[in-house]
Design a protein around this ligand. Structure first.
Ligand SMILES: Nc1ncnc2c1ncn2[C@@H]1O[C@H](COP(=O)(O)OP(=O)(O)OP(=O)(O)O)[C@@H](O)[C@H]1O
Length: 292
């Protein structure tokens, strides 16, 4: 049997009144992939996820999850775990009651103890939701998404408000889900998280899928940058452009140009100051969006 996409979005538009928040959006997510849907504020990511989650109807276009309509709860819900940006837990339920409730609604098999262990909330099992810290609430949101190890996990800004230990724990849990074969869709404003983990990235801007590809594909079109300063009286460096008092080289051959610069400095006994060299980052691709 051919491996059909887990998520298939085709020509999706979402409008609010006469404002088009999502415009003719198409992308697919394949089994086992971690797909990061990134974008500027208001780009339409949450609106898109809401359609995928079955919480909002498309204005036009189609969305299929495991080949079914997102509105087909019976077909989709047991296979999809969702971590929303804001949860709707009842404040007077305890942590374990909340997980048990969402777990039973999911239709997946699991135990509350296991899930609380995964998200590090075991010691808070009897605490009511109203008394959780912001980060603990986020972990509770995550618990409901990973209950029963769903085949598809949607994570909408999962690490916002989490300390570094909680972030590491969350990504370790995501890694375990992926090892078990789960597909993950992620939105985040922490670009380094997407840069490190995403198999592919869809970059949304003003309702459209502006760019799509692996991190390498997205960054390849922008040059890498080398910056450095020179001590007073140093000779003229090899062909570079000067910027803000420091020297600034934009290059598509980072290794070659860096080698040439270092050899030049070494031959003349020049100590380069504040030398920095790095590949193009996703941040740069984002900054270039404004110029698009
Ligand atoms: N219920 C609504 N009614 C009217 N406009 C809305 C509604 N929900 C979202 N919008 C608008 O649609 C656009 C897309 O919003 P959406 O929340 O999908 O973007 P986003 O990419 O998730 O943004 P962010 O990164 O800021 O969370 C925004 O301009 C927003 O103001």
């Amino acid at each position: 049997m051919p491996d059909s996409p887990v998520i298939d979005v085709a020509g999706l538009s979402v409008t609010y009144g006469d404002f088009a928040a999502v415009r003719d959006l198409s992308f697919t997510v394949h089994r086992g992939e971690l797909y990061a849907l990134l974008g500027t504020n208001g780009a339409g990511k949450t609106s898109t996820l809401e359609v995928i989650e079955g919480h909002r109807k498309a204005t036009s276009g189609t969305v299929r999850i495991f080949g079914a309509s997102p509105q087909d709860r019976q077909a989709v819900r047991p296979r999809m775990g969702i971590m929303l940006q804001e949860s709707g837990f009842s404040p007077d339920l305890t942590v374990e009651e909340s997980v048990a409730l969402i777990g039973s609604l999911s239709g997946r098999d699991d135990t509350v103890d296991r899930v609380l262990g995964v998200v590090g909330l075991t010691r808070k099992a009897s605490t009511i939701v109203a008394q959780l810290s912001g980060g603990e609430k986020r972990r509770l949101d995550f618990a409901t998404a990973v209950y029963g190890g769903p085949e598809l996990v949607i994570l909408d800004e999962p690490t916002t408000g989490l300390d570094i230990q909680s972030r590491d724990a969350l990504w370790a849990a995501v890694d375990r889900l992926r090892e078990a074969g789960s597909t993950v869709v992620l939105t985040t404003h922490y670009l380094e998280e997407a840069q490190e983990r995403a198999d592919r990235i869809g970059l949304m801007h003003e309702g459209r899928l502006h760019r799509e590809g692996t991190v390498a594909e997205l960054t390849r079109t922008l040059p890498s940058v080398i910056t450095f300063g020179l001590p007073p009286g140093a000779p003229e460096p090899p062909t570079v452009g000067a910027l803000n008092g420091a020297f600034h080289i934009e290059t598509f051959q980072l290794q070659d140009d860096l080698h040439r610069l270092l050899a030049w400095a070494h031959d003349r006994g020049v100590e380069l100051e504040k030398l920095q060299a790095g590949p193009t980052r996703l941040d740069d691709v984002f900054r270039a969006l404004d110029a698009a």
